[in-house]
Write a protein that binds this ligand. Structure first.
Ligand SMILES: Cc1cc2nc3c(=O)[nH]c(=O)nc-3n(C[C@H](O)[C@H](O)[C@H](O)COP(=O)(O)O)c2cc1C
Length: 188
């Protein structure tokens, strides 16, 4: 199979970012399991460009290119810091500009970082329904990581690493079966 395009949308608004570190750990795990190319989009970079826009026509080339990249992902990694129990407003604002069909059947790995464990259900109650709207194939294993799981440079808690491994495995299986379906449809 040719290289899989893995696209990261990280909702971090600052740098350095634990959320981006979590995304990079997920990417590393995917790379160990498959031949992948990556594209990373951070809200920290997109925020000033998308913030004032009300519809996609008002977006400049950089933001439009990010939306095209997201829509062309073989696997999407969608990660966000928890702000007030949910994804950040600008994370949602970016996805508001995406065509409703753009992620149809795209495998998506969901992740979030927070100050504590209180809002771990952001994965199930906030992120999964958002990607359900787009008809995406969110993988069953979501990854929530808090300050307590962070060792100063990365998330090294074995339970988190296990969830990353599982999510990567599930996303790769979904991407491969989707590619096979597309191949068969083209051959028919
Ligand atoms: C405005 C704001 C709101 C936050 N709200 C929450 C929250 O509701 N629950 C939580 O667990 N952490 C909350 N946090 C903590 C961040 O989610 C946490 O520090 C996260 O790992 C930061 O990610 P980053 O390093 O990528 O910016 C909040 C932080 C900020 C700045």
């Amino acid at each position: 199979m040719s290289k899989l395009k893995v696209v990261v949308v990280s909702g971090n608004l600052g740098s350095p970012s634990k959320t981006l570190i979590l995304a990079e750990q997920i990417l590393e795990t995917l790379k160990r399991q498959a031949n992948v190319q990556k594209e990373i989009h951070q809200l920290a970079e997109l925020a000033p460009l998308i913030g004032p826009a009300r519809h996609p026509g008002e977006l400049g080339d950089f933001a439009q290119a990010a939306l095209l990249s997201i829509a062309s992902a073989d696997i999407l990694i969608a990660v966000t810091p928890v702000y007030k129990g949910s994804y950040t407003g600008l994370f949602k604002h970016l996805f508001d500009f995406l065509d409703p069909q753009a992620l149809n059947e795209t495998p998506v790995i969901l992740g979030a970082t927070g100050g504590g464990d209180k809002h771990a259900l952001i994965i199930e109650h906030q992120l999964r329904p958002l990607f359900g709207f787009f008809g995406a194939l969110t993988v069953p294993s979501g990854i929530y990581a808090s300050e307590q799981n962070y060792d100063g440079s990365r998330f090294s808690d074995p339970a988190i690493l296990e969830r990353i491994e599982a999510a990567a495995r599930q996303a790769l299986a979904a991407a491969r079966s989707r590619a096979e379906r597309d191949r068969q449809a083209k051959a028919a």
